[in-house]
Write a protein that binds this ligand. Structure first.
Ligand SMILES: Cc1ncc(C[n+]2csc(CCOP(=O)(O)OP(=O)(O)O)c2C)c(N)n1
Length: 155
């Protein structure tokens, strides 16, 4: 399965959930699959989708989805432990594991050696093939614009 198909699968049942997507092509493919104000694209800061998702899930009484990559999850393993410690009932942490840092050229990660589901909380691991879609556009929003539409969707 390709990464974009995994994102399509996750998004097909999403209604009012807040979705925080990790840096790189996962955010860009989410934008292509289904852009909506309830999506927050973490442009630039790899590893921060889960910490943001935890903060949002602690602050709102509605379901929160984090769409992470294996590379980003490895970068932020401590956040997985915090997530497990807090075990927030409204947080779902998808890790789309292609075994590489695909967004920057498919350099291999060490994800095979790590049991994300054991370390984190409510982790749904989806294994996909490596590589990127061709011609995926950049996200056109300025950070301030994206933040304000996301905060507006929270109300
Ligand atoms: C702190 C930091 N380090 C490195 C980068 C560059 N970078 C952006 S996306 C990415 C790869 C992300 O890999 P992964 O989370 O596994 O997702 P994939 O691209 O494989 O879907 C890297 C290294 C960055 N944006 N921030």
């Amino acid at each position: 399965m390709k990464r974009i198909e995994a994102i399509r699968q996750v998004m097909k049942d999403v209604t009012d959930e807040l979705v925080i997507a990790t840096t790189g092509m996962i955010s860009r493919e989410l934008f292509v699959v289904r852009d909506r104000p309830q999506n927050f694209y973490m442009c630039g800061s790899m590893g921060c989708a889960l910490p943001i998702g935890i903060g949002v899930a602690m602050s709102v009484d509605r379901p929160v989805i984090v769409l992470d990559g294996d590379g980003a999850a490895l970068m932020s393993l401590g956040s997985l432990a915090v997530s497990k410690f807090l075990s927030l009932p409204n947080l779902t942490h998808y890790i789309i594991d292609n075994g590489t840092y695909a967004s920057t050229g498919d350099q291999p990660t060490c994800s095979q050696a790590v049991d994300f589901e054991a370390i984190g909380h409510n982790v749904k691991l989806i294994r996909v093939e490596s590589g990127n879609e061709h011609g995926t556009p950049r996200i056109p929003y300025e950070p301030e614009e994206m933040l304000s539409r996301f905060m507006g969707s929270i109300g």
